[in-house]
Design a protein around this ligand. Structure first.
Ligand code: HEC
Length: 388
């Protein structure tokens, strides 16, 4: 490195950690501001001895972490509320609990990236890669087994003689002057520097690739891994159509399963299936439970079509219309199983028995809203004669 005649500062070496702590205390106590300490490893108590303030890097982390949180919330608000609002189970469009994971992730991402980039650019002054202390015998010594103190010539209190005397009084050895170096903007493009950066990048990414994509997949034993058998989704050399997964033989019916013959037909069947359940309190209970879980969010608790969704989804018709009361049980079952227009099928959420129980429950709701005078009389009589 080219050096000029301008003084950058004075350095001194010490032999033990105790000496360097003592030296740091004395130097900061004497009122020097532009000074630094170099040790081969972190020495306990050095922060206090140097009277170092906490790093300002934390503010960078805080500001960018908060920006990350704000960005995540704004992004989700824009996509989920403004640009493409979607009704998810009737929940509010701006639903904070669901947004927490993304907000957390972006907070951490912004904060960590900003911390690393901020540290390298603001605090290490990247791409400035030259420093007067580089390549000095002093730096070599403190990288190995010595402890060093540096006082900069830019310090207002700096005076070569005084600093030298201070170092000597502390027992400093090899006290020497460090001269300034010549810096140009081309330093950042120094081939050696670029070469080291590129080599590091290649080694790190190559190592990561090898570890995650190759090393992790080396099989220690493959005793039973490769067998002559059919694996789902794999190619087959055995069957003519090259597929390993086979369809059941045509007409096969699984044990305990009764196929619904009008499955996937949009239109209502002319001759709908009969309700196989016999009414009982258990069946109504089951039907009520399933109805309140799967149907009431749209149809309302009593089937009036007045649910809490309220215009967020096309309002369903009332289940108490004459049309629906005249329907056979099988027609309602058909709608639950296949869906109807915008209403989706509920065949995956409910078993066949549960679907029929819901039909029975809807029948009970209809009866409750349309009982005739004679039926009410009949009910009263039966219940008073029982003594209830
Ligand atoms: C996501 C909201 C929603 C849910 C949940 C829902 N439905 Fe519907 N349902 C509708 C809408 C909307 C219609 C009207 C569809 C149309 O335009 O034909 C409808 C229509 C119906 C009809 C036919 C009404 C008619 O007059 O044609 C029946 C019967 C019915 N639903 C029963 C049920 C049952 C039983 C459940 C529970 C298993 C259920 N629905 C769950 C929204 C829903």
């Amino acid at each position: 490195m080219e050096r000029n005649t301008k003084l950058h500062g004075l350095v001194a070496l010490f032999d033990t950690p105790d000496q360097i702590i003592h030296a740091a205390e004395k130097v900061s106590h004497s009122g020097y501001k532009d000074f630094d300490v170099h040790t081969p490893y972190p020495v306990h108590g050095m922060d206090d001895a140097m009277k170092l303030k906490p790093s300002k890097l934390g503010y960078v982390t805080l500001v960018f972490g908060l920006s990350g949180a704000a960005f995540a919330l704004l992004l989700m608000w824009w996509t989920m509320v403004v640009d493409y609002p979607m009704n998810i189970g009737g929940k509010p469009f701006f639903s904070l609990p669901a947004f927490i994971p993304v907000t957390f992730e972006l907070t951490v991402l912004f904060a960590t990236l900003a911390t690393v980039i901020g540290m390298i650019t603001f605090f290490f002054r990247f791409p400035d890669n030259k420093h007067p202390l580089h390549d000095t015998p002093y730096m070599q010594a403190v990288s190995r087994d010595k402890y060093g103190v540096f006082i900069g010539a830019s310090d207002p209190k700096f005076d070569v003689k005084e600093v030298r005397a201070l170092f000597e009084s502390l027992g400093g050895k090899k006290i020497s002057e460090i001269m300034e170096i010549e810096k140009t903007w081309q330093d950042a493009f120094n081939p050696k520097f670029i070469g080291i950066l590129v080599t590091t990048a290649i080694l790190v990414s190559g190592g990561t690739y090898f570890a995650l994509n190759k090393l992790l997949y080396i099989t220690p034993f493959n005793w039973m891994e490769h067998q002559f058998r059919g694996v789902p989704q794999e190619k087959s050399d055995f069957f003519a159509d090259s597929r390993m997964m086979r369809e059941p033989v045509a007409g096969t019916v699984a044990r305990g399963h009764m196929p619904y013959e009008f499955k996937d037909s949009v239109a209502q069947p002319a001759d709908p299936v009969e309700n196989p359940l016999v009414n009982s309190p258990e069946i109504f209970k089951l039907g009520q439970k399933k109805y309140l879980t799967f149907c009431s969010p749209c149809h309302g608790d009593y089937g009036d079509g007045d649910s809490r969704l309220n215009q967020q989804f096309p309002n369903p018709p009332s289940l108490h219309t004459t049309k629906l009361r005249d329907w056979k049980d099988g027609n309602i079952y058909h709608v639950i199983t296949n869906g109807q227009n915008v209403m989706p099928s509920y065949s995956h959420q409910m078993t066949v028995k549960e679907r029929w129980a819901v039909v029975s429950y809807i029948r009970a709701l209809q009866k409750a809203k349309n009982a005739s005078e004679t039926e009410i009389e009949q009910f009263r009589k039966e219940n008073t004669s029982n003594g209830n």
